[in-house]
Ligand binder design. Structure first.
Ligand code: SPV
Ligand code: MG
Length: 546
């Protein structure tokens, strides 16, 4: 049901209904959660939460902005306390249009002059609008509404301004005549006598709303018996939060420890709940490619990187700073932002210099005589037997998160091969082709991949003839849980067979292909950088964004 229709129903329901004040998204949610069927966007409270006076100091568009948050945060109808309508009939027309656009159900305007002041501040001194002029605003407001259920409540201040019951009735009559859907009769007396007198004289010409701020002692049953349509708790929530904020701030200032207030205040988890954090987390699982909890990464970072000369005298290449942070920190950040939080780093050369927090370390103490496959073997030994996927990358490769997302994919992806490699189809554009590169030959070229079945690796070799090259492996791969055993075995075989030699990961991959494992290729164009030279370090500084 539309919020407008719901509000209309509330206005005409046979029982006394209640609206509670709200002044921002959070208080709107608080009011709805407490069980209120509607909200009063109080002018006083909106002004107060902005820290300004209830004298139209906040502009009407600032009010509108906040109303949008309130309407988004709640599903019950909102009645805006629209003061005098922020101008003449024309301003009211525009206001109504904007309120409808932002999902506000109803508008209340009062018969004072712009800029108004709060009714409880010298209310009897405040001039009232001319009846005809105010009736024109009501007509214009109703005329502007596209939705027939958009309700316009006319509020008369005749009692507060000291003009008496007769004037209040005369005005109410004229306002309903002009099209008002209900009357708000306001009073600043400490008893309800005035509003009760109005109600009994008024009869049932239109629903009547009250704001029992000053006559709060009157039992609610009296309002029920009198037949009011709605009672508005117009400022109690703001006053409650003000008292709590003042108390907490004073105690903190005095005690200088949060322990003095912790038991009195809402836990942070409650703030998260009110913000709807759970919904976002749920949506992330549907819309974001994320690793699962048990996924882990292995970063092979044992070698020095002698090509970098002085830069790697006291640290391995993975700790060389790029853009103010070690290469490894960039790699860790890319994994973490994709949801892979368990990261194992194989270190060797100057291992004490590799000490970023929160990582698991595996030491290859024979790094000088062994190679990358030995490092990989050590890392695989250190992994638990969880069901997660294993991401493997080199400690000197910078890649953007996008490259990682190609591997992670989401439920709907066909990304379910035993092993998946990220392959750069733009290998020719690499600035430093003199370096060692893992070129790949695949079942389909990058340009044809959209039409073909998943692209499979045929062969990886540094000396692959140019006409066979479909791309270059960027040094990042994913091993599916079910393939981990086969990978472990193949690694062990290669290391066992090749005593003295230093088998490379390319050999491992070729072996796995021959053994019938499905090694798939995900093409990317750029999005990575292999840091093999001083030139690369400089390029890496410009690489930017993960
Ligand atoms: C408001 O809540 O801003 C009102 C009601 O207009 S009162 O403050 O009682 O005038
Ligand atoms: Mg007000």
């Amino acid at each position: 049901m539309h919020k407008t229709t719901r509000f209309r129903e509330l206005l005409h329901s046979p029982q006394l209904e209640f609206l509670i004040e709200a002044h921002n998204g959070l208080s709107a949610r608080v009011g709805e959660e407490a069980g209120f069927a509607g909200l009063w966007a109080s002018g006083l409270c909106l002004a107060a939460q902005y820290g300004v006076r209830d004298n139209n100091e906040a502009s009407w568009t600032q009010v509108l902005e906040m109303l949008e948050f309130m309407a988004d945060a709640s599903s019950v109808p909102i009645l805006l306390d629209g003061d005098t309508g922020y101008g003449n009939f024309n301003n009211v027309r525009r206001l109504v249009r904007k309120l409808e656009q932002r999902g506000i159900a109803a508008l209340c305007i009062e018969d004072k002059l712009f800029p108004k002041a709060n009714s409880f501040l010298d209310g009897e001194m405040q001039p009232l609008a001319e009846i005809e002029e105010f009736a024109g605003k009501i007509k214009a407001g109703k005329d502007a509404a596209r939705d027939r259920d958009f309700m316009l409540v006319a509020r008369t201040e005749a009692l507060i301004a000291g003009w008496g019951l007769g004037e209040a009735l005369r005005r109410a009559e004229a306002y309903v005549e002009a099209g008002a859907d209900a009357i708000l009769i306001h009073s600043s007396k400490a008893t309800a006598d005035e509003v009760l007198a109005f109600r009994s004289e008024w009869g049932d010409r239109a629903p009547v709303l009250i704001v029992p701020t000053k006559y709060w002692r009157t039992p609610t049953q009296v309002f029920r018996d009198a037949g009011f349509s709605m009672a508005i708790w117009a400022n109690q929530v703001l006053r409650a939060s003000l008292a709590a904020m003042q108390r907490t701030a004073r105690v903190l200032a005095r005690e200088q420890t949060a322990a003095a207030v912790e038991n009195e205040i809402a836990p942070v988890s409650e703030v998260f709940r009110m913000q709807g954090v759970a919904e976002l987390q749920e949506a992330e699982t549907r819309f974001l490619p994320r690793a699962t909890r048990s996924d882990r990464a292995v970063v092979l970072a044992a070698s020095r990187g002698i090509e970098l000369g002085k830069l790697t005298e006291d640290r391995p290449k993975t700790m060389v700073e790029v853009d103010g942070e070690p290469l490894l920190a960039h790699i860790v950040a890319a994994f973490k932002s994709a949801g892979v939080h368990r990261i194992h780093v194989v270190r060797g050369y100057k291992k004490e210099a590799v000490a970023l927090p929160g990582l698991a370390y595996v030491d290859n103490d024979r790094h000088e005589t062994t190679g990358e496959l030995h490092s990989l073997a050590l890392a695989l030994d250190a992994l638990d037997s969880s069901e997660g996927a294993t991401y493997v990358c080199y400690g000197d490769v910078l890649f953007r998160r996008h490259a990682l997302e190609l591997l992670i994919g989401n439920e709907s992806d066909a990304n379910t091969a035993d092993i998946t490699l990220v392959v750069d189809s733009h290998w020719q554009e690499s600035a430093n082709l003199g370096r060692a590169a893992d070129f790949v030959s695949c079942s389909a070229s990058p340009t044809r991949r959209a039409y073909a079945a998943p692209v499979k690796l045929r062969r990886m070799h540094a000396a692959l003839p140019e006409e066979e090259r479909h791309g270059e492996w960027i040094g990042l791969m994913k091993i599916a849980p079910r393939a981990l055993g086969a990978v472990r075995e193949a690694v062990a075989e290669l290391l066992g067979a090749g005593r003295g030699s230093r088998p490379e990961i390319s050999e491992l991959l070729n072996r796995l292909v021959t053994a019938g494992l499905e090694v798939q290729v995900a093409y990317t164009a750029g999005n990575w950088l292999d840091v093999d030279s001083l030139y690369d370090v400089i390029q890496a500084g410009k690489f930017g964004g993960r």
